[in-house]
Each structure stands twice: as structure tokens, then as C-alpha cells.
Design a binder for this molecule. Structure first.
Ligand code: ASP
Ligand code: MG
Length: 428
């Protein structure tokens, strides 16, 4: 059994959907589970829809926009009397009905219910296209398989229940049909929709693959594979053809956006290979991530934007001791905030974290009685993994460096991006 994952960019318009169908056609003699994200930038649009709803803005126009986008794609794929149009119509009226009755519901619940619609729509459309043009399919609602906790917007998986659900039903469906289902979404104990965090579809693919003990997961991307840098920013970026699970996982930790950070662990634990391949030239082998590929690869540049630097200073003429660190770490743990970089001195402790939801504000609120807190927003963090002097020579002088750190294999730089800053492409 093989698991394929197609992200939003691979299904952003009708020709792309046709391309995905061609990729699948090449493999449809295998047992295949296909995980699909929302089309193009639909998830962002749905997030805006939810925001407008809560701000009592014109969410109806936003919904119309999202609907037109899906109808336009469908018009490029189906005859005008195709039954898929009725299905889409009913999904969009259900969305409107839900929002019309959502007054008083908690934000995170509405968020998950609405944002998950992107994947439900895309899989409906693609399923119909595959059925008629490539191979018989079975459409599954991922929420019936992936069971999570009540953390609606960044839900944790209940592996035991999820694995049981997957193994019980999916192998039977996969025998003579391509199984198609959604990335990113699950449901909690009450059956309410939850989401696995933005870009979580890769992780969904890993969850299904783990449950099925699949031989591999292939993530089909708009780049040739895992690269040593973002090719849009650094034209001499090279493809890394083989990577170990450990190196791949470390790269995602530092912000390599090519694979969702939670994807690697379950695959590594189960010895399931991960391929990252280009959907535009499906015969290219891309990158293979597995056990046996430890070792050297060229220095990799990983850029993380939207970083916040938070500095906690003691206020009582004492020092940053274990007790004070304990308070900070406790708050970080409770708010589920990951530290990207940290540094301490006698009287202060500084961290660099992602700007995500309202977590930074909540952190400050919790700790402002015990510390004097200073913050810097809109920063960038550059990590160079496997650096050597020639790699570091490519980094031109930054205007204002807030933090620089070197360990044996990894170099980090946290800095204020220049206003009209020369991008990384000028580094080489
Ligand atoms: N559609 C979701 C997102 O854009 C999940 C994904 O694409 O992986 O975040
Ligand atoms: Mg996406």
C-alpha cells in the first residue's frame, strides 16, 4: 500500500487537477490512499471567512468568493449538468446555514468546522474527476478515522483509536478502489471537527500510512524535492537526493517548510519511506527520506519568518535561576509554544518563538508580574545546517542581529530584516 499526498498548490486550478489525475494514473495498479489538501489558497480564504464572521463583517461575500473559485475549477473539469455541482451547492448552503446559527459558539470550534470545508470540497471534486477519468475511487471522511483531543486548532492524535479505525476499514476499500480522503482534519470524542494545525496534511498522510503499515508516503510538491535552500530565494539551491529521518526531522524543526514537522516521527518509527517528488515531472525521483541515508549532504539554509524575540529580565535584583526558568518554561509548556532559539545571561532569559494566534500576548500576560518583558516583532531566523565557512560567507552582513548561535553542525542568526532587503538570492 502506498500513500500519496497532494497539497493545495497541486490542485489550485482545473489543469492542475488534471495533472494530479495523470500522476495517479501512473500508479493506479498499486493499492493507493490519496490524501488531498484544500485547493490553492482556500484554507487562508476560509480563515478570513471565520474572522469576518466573528468581526461581524461581510462574511457572505467571502463565502461567495470561495464558492466561485470552486465552481470555476469544476467548470474546467465537468460538463455543466454534472452531479458534482449539486453536491457543491449543498456544501455551500450547509456552510451558510452553520454560520447563520453559530452565534455564541466558541471561536476554535467554528474555525475547525469551517476551515475543514476546504479539504471536504477539494476531495469531492477530485474524487469525481478520478472516478470518471482514471479509476474507481472510494471517498472517505477523514474525521471518521483520525480521532483527536479537544485542542481544535492544533489537535493531538489519539493514535490507538485512530489506528484501529484505519486498519479495520481501509484495507478492504483499497483492494479495488483508489481511496481518497482529506488531509488536515479529524474529530474529537464528541464527533466535532478538529484540525491538525496549518499545513497538517503531510502529517495526515503519515497517520494513515502508519495505521496501514504502508510501504511509503509520497508528498507531491511544486519543487523538485527537498532543497538546500528555497530556490526562489537562492538560485543555486541544490536538491538533496537522500536524507536520513533524523536530518529531515531536524530541518523541519528549524523551519524547513517542505514537510510538516510532525510527519517524520511516525514514519521513522515504522520504517516507512518518505518521498518528496515534483508533481510537474512525476518521473523525477526527488528526495528519499529513510533510515539508511545518514551522512553528509550540502549545507542547507532554512529561513523562518514572523519570528518574535522575547526577553525576560528579573526585576528584583536577583538572577535568572532554575526557579525563574521553571516559571517561564511552565508557561511555554501550558501555552504549547515551541522555542526556536534561546539564550540566557545572569539577569535575563531570551527566546525566539513563532508569531502564532495570540500566544505571544498570552505568554506576556502570564509572566509580566514576575519579569520585565521586552519584545521585538517581525524578525527572521536563518538556520544553516551542516555549515562550513563557505556557507557562512554567503550570509551578507545583516543590519541588526539580535542573536547568533553556533553549535557543531548548526548555525542560527536572528535578525531584523532590512526594509528593502536584498533577498537571499544575492547571497551567492
Ligand atoms: N489546507 C491546510 C493548510 O493550508 C492543510 C495543508 O495544506 O496541509 O494549512
Ligand atoms: Mg496547503
Amino acid at each position: 500500500m502506498k500513500v500519496f499526498k497532494f497539497g493545495g498548490a497541486s490542485v489550485k486550478d482545473a489543469p492542475s487537477v488534471k495533472n494530479v489525475a495523470e500522476v495517479i494514473r501512473q500508479f493506479c495498479n498499486d493499492e493507493l490512499i490519496v490524501i488531498v489538501s484544500a485547493m490553492g489558497k482556500t484554507t487562508n480564504a476560509l480563515e478570513e471567512l471565520v474572522k469576518l464572521f466573528f468581526e461581524k463583517g461581510d462574511w457572505k461575500s467571502k463565502l461567495e468568493e470561495i464558492k466561485s473559485f470552486h465552481l470555476e475549477i469544476s467548470n474546467g473539469l465537468f460538463e455543466s449538468d454534472h452531479q458534482v455541482f449539486e453536491r457543491l451547492e449543498s456544501i455551500f448552503s450547509a456552510i451558510a446555514k452553520y454560520l447563520n446559527n453559530a452565534e455564541g459558539k466558541p471561536y476554535i470550534e467554528v474555525y475547525s468546522e469551517m476551515v475543514s470545508q476546504g479539504e471536504l470540497l477539494s476531495t469531492r471534486i477530485i474524487r469525481n474527476y478520478l472516478n470518471e477519468n482514471v479509476h474507481k475511487t472510494v471517498w472517505l471522511d477523514a474525521r471518521n478515522y483520525i480521532k483527536t483531543d479537544y485542542n481544535y486548532i492544533d489537535a493531538r492524535v489519539d493514535w490507538e483509536m485512530t489506528t484501529r479505525n484505519i486498519i479495520e476499514k481501509i484495507p478492504v476499500f483499497a483492494k479495488d478502489s483508489i481511496v481518497i480522503t482529506q488531509g488536515f482534519i479529524g474529530s474529537n470524542g464528541e464527533g466535532k471537527t478538529t484540525t491538525l494545525g496549518r499545513e497538517g496534511s503531510d502529517f495526515s498522510a503519515a497517520i494513515f500510512a502508519t495505521g496501514l503499515k504502508a510501504e511509503s508516503v509520497t508528498v507531491w510538491k511544486d519543487v523538485p524535492g527537498v532543497m538546500t535552500a528555497d530556490p526562489n530565494k537562492m538560485p543555486d539551491a541544490e536538491i538533496i537526493s537522500k536524507l536520513s529521518y533524523t536530518d529531515a526531522s531536524e530541518m523541519t524543526y528549524y523551519g524547513a517548510s517542505i514537510i510538516h514537522p510532525r510527519t517524520i516521527k511516525p514514519l521513522a518509527q515504522n520504517g516507512i519511506k518518505l518521498y518528496v517528488r515534483p508533481f510537474n515531472s512525476p518521473n523525477n525521483l526527488g528526495t528519499t527520506i529513510g533510515d539508511e541515508h545518514a551522512g553528509m549532504h550540502p549545507a542547507s539554509f532554512i529561513l523562518k519568518t514572523k519570528q518574535v524575540f522575547v526577553d525576560f529580565k528579573v526585576t528584583d535584583f536577583t538572577f535568572i535561576d532554575e526557579k525563574k526558568l521553571g516559571m517561564i518554561f511552565n508557561a511555554l509548556d501550558q501555552l504549547n509554544i515551541k522555542i526556536n532559539l534561546m539564550q540566557n545571561s545572569a539577569v535575563s532569559f531570551s527566546i525566539c518563538i513563532d508569531k502564532k494566534f495570540d500566544k505571544v500576548e498570552k505568554l506576556v500576560e502570564r509572566l509580566s508580574e514576575s519579569f520585565h518583558i521586552e519584545m521585538r516583532d517581525n524578525l527572521e531566523m536563518l538556520t544553516v545546517k551542516g555549515y562550513d565557512q563557505s556557507a557562512l560567507d554567503k550570509i551578507y552582513e545583516r543590519k541588526e542581529v539580535l542573536l547568533e548561535q553556533k553549535s557543531q553542525d548548526v548555525y542560527h542568526l536572528l535578525y531584523v530584516p532590512e526594509k528593502k532587503h536584498r533577498d537571499l538570492s544575492e547571497m551567492s
